[in-house]
Ligand binder design. Structure first.
Ligand code: PMP
Length: 401
């Protein structure tokens, strides 16, 4: 039975044992003990690596490694574990789609439509591709709710459009566009869609088949797993058409000085010794999450963000950039620079982030040079909100002097 109890959930995170208040989960989630244990056990007890050696430990490791692909496929309701490629994370997965899927299909003058709300990870790979091929990146602007404007999307999709790139959830506004509607419009125009799931996956793991998603990228570290590991889901027909862009060990079946024959997907995209510890840690995170009521956990963290927003509104000059009821609260105080405020908050033991959040075009659209961002997770508490408010009072009083 899935359940969620905030106090019990919190107890599983050793990093919260000290007195600090962690409000930076949109940057990276803390790790529960089970993930730490799984990673430690791997390094202390395992021998060998995957897909190479014949001895028993190495074979078992390969089984665990491939089983984790099943777990990710289950999380996303992918049609097959073979539609899941291990990557270093979201950034790596999006770059893989850019170079492996899109680059060979682009002609000068072709277009890639990218929402204005995107993290640099879902913009710069397309800009690089434009530089490399003569294609153009087309901005999909935001509406008054700071979400990509659905009414303008049909007008941006045309015969030259080769891809639509869209985030499931903004790391700044927390806004979640209607990805089902965007995908339907894109598909009507024959355009495949890349969904950046870096923020969304922990709040609402998508059903890639029901939503008809072509490409979906996420990072394990935002899902309570280790850093340096993530995955790309690609629709099997599209994955089968992609060419590997990295060559090396284990991505091939035969090689000579005349050439090589690549393995089938997903292994042809996984050249070199992989991040086995990362995969094992992600597997532990997914196993642990399977017993968590994600909806209830999400309700708790969004409730805390709403409470924080309500109480911060008591400060004169408070401005919120929150798009919808999400766990991410970007804000600032008119007349106070965000970096001054965040420095003083840090001195009071509040860990949150200020700046441009790797989303400079979005900052321009919001008309700000940067914001603070308090991002809540299910391990946060009402006391964390109190502590933030007290620290804000102290900081603002000091800055006003
Ligand atoms: N997209 C979004 C919306 C993000 O928040 C992040 C992480 N900050 C990324 C992409 C990139 O993820 P990673 O750094 O794990 O590759």
């Amino acid at each position: 039975m899935k359940s969620f109890n905030p106090a019990q959930f919190r107890q599983q995170f050793p990093a919260l044992a000290d007195a600090g208040v962690y409000l930076d989960s949109a940057a990276t989630a803390l790790k529960p003990q089970v993930v730490i244990d799984a990673t430690r056990q791997f390094y202390s007890l395992s021998a060998g690596t995957v897909h190479r050696s014949q001895f028993a430990e190495a074979r078992q490791l390969t089984e665990r490694y491939e089983n984790a692909r099943h777990q990710v496929a289950q999380l996303l309701n992918a049609p097959s574990p073979l539609a899941i490629v291990w990557t270093r994370g979201t950034t790596d997965a999006i770059n893989l789609v850019a170079q492996s899927y899109l680059r060979p299909r682009l002609q000068p003058g072709d277009e890639i439509v990218v929402s204005e709300a995107e993290h640099h990870a879902n913009l710069v790979p397309w800009l690089m591709l434009a530089q490399q091929t003569g294609a153009r990146v087309i901005k999909w602007s935001l509406d008054q709710h700071r979400l990509p404007d659905m009414t303008t999307l049909p007008g941006l999709l045309n015969k030259r459009t080769r891809l639509l790139a869209l985030g499931q959830m903004s790391n700044v506004t927390g806004g979640c566009p209607d990805i089902a509607a965007a995908i339907a419009l894109a598909h009507q125009a024959g355009v495949p869609v890349m969904i950046d799931g870096a923020q969304g996956v922990v709040h609402n793991p998508p059903d890639v088949q029901a939503l008809d998603i072509d490409f979906y990228a996420f990072s394990a570290h935002k899902l309570y797993g280790p850093m340096g590991i993530g995955a790309l889901y690609a629709r099997p027909e599209l994955l089968a058409e992609m060419q590997p862009v990295q060559g090396g060990g284990k991505m091939l079946t035969e090689v000579s000085f005349d050439g090589f024959t690549a393995q089938p997907a997903p292994w042809c995209f996984e050249a070199g010794t992989p991040n086995v510890a990362g995969v094992i840690g992600l597997s532990a995170a997914l196993e642990w999450l399977a017993d968590v009521d994600i909806r209830a956990a999400e309700e708790w963290s969004c409730g805390l963000a709403s409470l924080a927003e309500q109480r911060l509104a008591e400060f004169s000059g408070f401005r919120s950039y929150r798009s919808s009821r999400s766990s991410v609260l970007a804000f600032d105080i008119a007349g106070i620079h965000h970096s001054d405020l965040v420095t003083l908050l840090a001195e009071s033991g509040i860990a949150l982030r200020a700046g441009q959040h790797c989303a400079q075009p979005l900052m321009n659209a919001l008309g700000v040079s940067g914001t603070l961002r308090a991002s809540f997770a299910p391990y946060n508490t009402l006391q964390d909100v109190d502590a933030l408010i007290v620290a804000m009072h102290t900081a603002i009083t000091l800055l006003a002097d």
